[in-house]
Each structure stands twice: as structure tokens, then as C-alpha cells.
Design a protein around this ligand. Structure first.
Ligand SMILES: *[C@@H]1O[C@H](CO)[C@@H](O)[C@H](O)[C@H]1NC(C)=O
Ligand SMILES: *[C@@H]1O[C@H](CO)[C@@H](O)[C@H](O)[C@H]1NC(C)=O
Ligand SMILES: *[C@@H]1O[C@H](CO)[C@@H](O)[C@H](O)[C@H]1NC(C)=O
Length: 239
């Protein structure tokens, strides 16, 4: 009984403190970065002219997530199949339970700034060799060691001469803020795993799982009026 009666006492002191911290952090946060950001988040895959008939695909990827990795080749195949009819933007969504996801995502923002055409090659490089950045493989590594390892990893795509620049970009809070904006963008859209795909603004079901090439055909064909036997059935999937 006594302990029970004491509990509310603790709660009343804890709550204002919690609220205070919440507002203090909120104020600091608002000062540190203003939202919306000056530029919309995301890496556009190919410079395709978008018109009202273009199928807009948004992919939320974590560079060190195996499901993101597995979903990329079939999506790439679908994009090549649909050519100018489909447009892709990739948003990074570093998952909090992947220890190196934020640093890897930050490396992508850095490289995108240094040489935008190297962004997707680096994303593919992460997908191909991501295992070395998994939690189990890196549990004894310091933060500084990981940043250095990932900076070196990025130079495998952009060239060794960029090593110093990449390292100093990791010291620049602007690249940290960009990566935070990516996370916040995903969170504001209700993303809670990767890969998550939106088509023409709507979330596809089964978030977090891979869609194979036929899966993409089933989704996109009915939208662009390709007549297959079951196009109406496929549409119901969105409704
Ligand atoms: C930018 O990256 C692309 C693709 O990796 C590469 O072909 C090109 O040479 C790079 N440009 C510079 C200036 O490093
Ligand atoms: C991490 O360090 C511990 C203790 O030195 C060692 O037993 C373990 O094998 C190391 N793990 C990895 C993944 O290197
Ligand atoms: C990054 O900042 C740390 C601490 O301020 C400093 O020791 C280091 O030399 C800096 N690195 C680069 C590449 O600017």
C-alpha cells in the first residue's frame, strides 16, 4: 500500500520535468533546423520529365537494410521497363535499430552534394557490401572508426581524392541536418520500416517487404491502362 501511495508523488514531480525537457529539446531543435527544408528531400533516380501521366514512385530505403537491398534490383528492372512513364525518388530512412544506418545515409548525402551522379552508384555499393556494416559485425567499433570506414568506403565509388573532403563533410552539421530531414520526412509520412514504397502518393501494402518485377507490373500496368485480364482486381488493392 505504501509504495502504491508514493507512486503518484513521483509522477507529479516527473511529469513537469519531462514536459520541461520536451519543450527545451523542442525549442533547441526548432532553432537548429527549420522545417520545411529549403529543398525537398530525396534523390531522383533518372532525370525523367514528369507530367500528369507519369507514375510517381517514392522508395524509402535504409542503405544497410537487407530488404531494401533485395528490393532494389527488381525496382530498377521495372524502371528500365517503364522508361519515361515511371519516375523514382529515393528517400533515406535510417532505421534506429541499424547502428550504422545514419552514418551510411549521411555518407550518401555527402556524396550527393560532391557529385550527384555518384549517389546511386554509392547506394548500390552499400547494398552490395552492407554486411560489414551490420550491428554484429561492428559491435566493437567506435563511432569515429565507423565514420572513417564509411568515408573510405565512399571513396571506393567517388575516388580516393575525395577522402579528405568526405571526412570534413562529416564534421559539417549541415550534412547531419540533411540526414535528419530525410528521417523526419519519412516519419511524417508514416514510414516505420524499409523498404516502404508509395505509388502516386499512396503507400503500397506489405511495407518492409520486397516487390519482385512481376509485382511491380501488377501494380503499374493497370495504372497506365495496359490491358491484362485482371486489371480491375489489381486496382482493388489500392482501395
Ligand atoms: C561523378 O560520378 C560519376 C559516377 O560515379 C563519375 O562517372 C564521374 O566521373 C564523377 N565526376 C567527378 C567530377 O568526379
Ligand atoms: C568484440 O570483442 C570481444 C572482446 O574482446 C570479442 O570476444 C568479440 O569476438 C569481438 N567481436 C567482434 C565481432 O569482433
Ligand atoms: C573534425 O572535428 C574534430 C573535432 O573537432 C577534429 O579533431 C578533426 O580534425 C576534424 N576532422 C576533419 C577532417 O575536419
Amino acid at each position: 500500500m505504501r509504495t502504491r501511495m508514493e507512486r503518484p508523488k513521483h509522477k507529479t514531480t516527473m511529469l513537469p520535468l519531462g514536459l520541461f525537457l520536451f519543450f527545451a529539446l523542442f525549442v533547441v531543435n526548432v532553432r537548429a533546423q527549420s522545417l520545411p527544408p529549403p529543398k525537398i528531400d530525396g534523390f531522383v533516380y533518372e532525370n525523367i520529365r514528369v507530367n500528369s501521366d507519369t507514375i510517381i514512385i517514392e522508395a524509402f530505403y535504409d542503405p544497410v537494410c537487407p530488404d531494401s537491398r533485395d528490393s532494389w534490383p527488381p525496382l530498377k528492372q521495372a524502371l528500365s521497363y517503364y522508361g519515361s512513364r515511371a519516375w523514382l525518388v529515393v528517400h533515406l530512412f535510417p532505421l534506429p535499430y541499424h547502428d550504422n544506418a545514419f552514418v551510411a545515409s549521411r555518407a550518401l548525402h555527402i556524396v550527393n552534394k560532391l557529385n550527384a551522379s555518384a549517389t546511386f552508384p554509392l547506394l548500390e555499393h552499400f547494398f552490395k557490401y552492407q554486411k560489414q556494416f551490420y550491428n554484429a559485425q561492428t559491435r566493437n567499433f567506435s563511432r569515429a572508426f565507423i565514420v572513417d570506414k564509411i568515408a573510405k568506403f565512399a571513396t571506393e565509388v567517388v575516388g580516393n581524392s575525395y577522402y579528405g573532403t568526405i571526412k570534413s563533410e562529416f564534421n559539417d552539421t549541415k550534412t547531419d541536418l540533411k540526414t535528419r530531414v530525410s528521417f523526419k520526412f519519412g516519419a511524417s509520412r508514416g514510414v516505420y520500416g524499409t523498404p516502404f514504397f508509395f505509388v502516386n502518393g499512396f503507400l503500397l501494402p506489405d511495407g518492409g517487404s520486397t516487390i519482385d518485377f512481376n509485382g511491380w507490373k501488377k501494380i503499374i500496368d493497370p495504372l497506365i491502362g495496359v490491358h491484362g485480364g485482371k486489371s480491375l482486381d489489381s486496382l482493388h488493392f489500392f482501395l
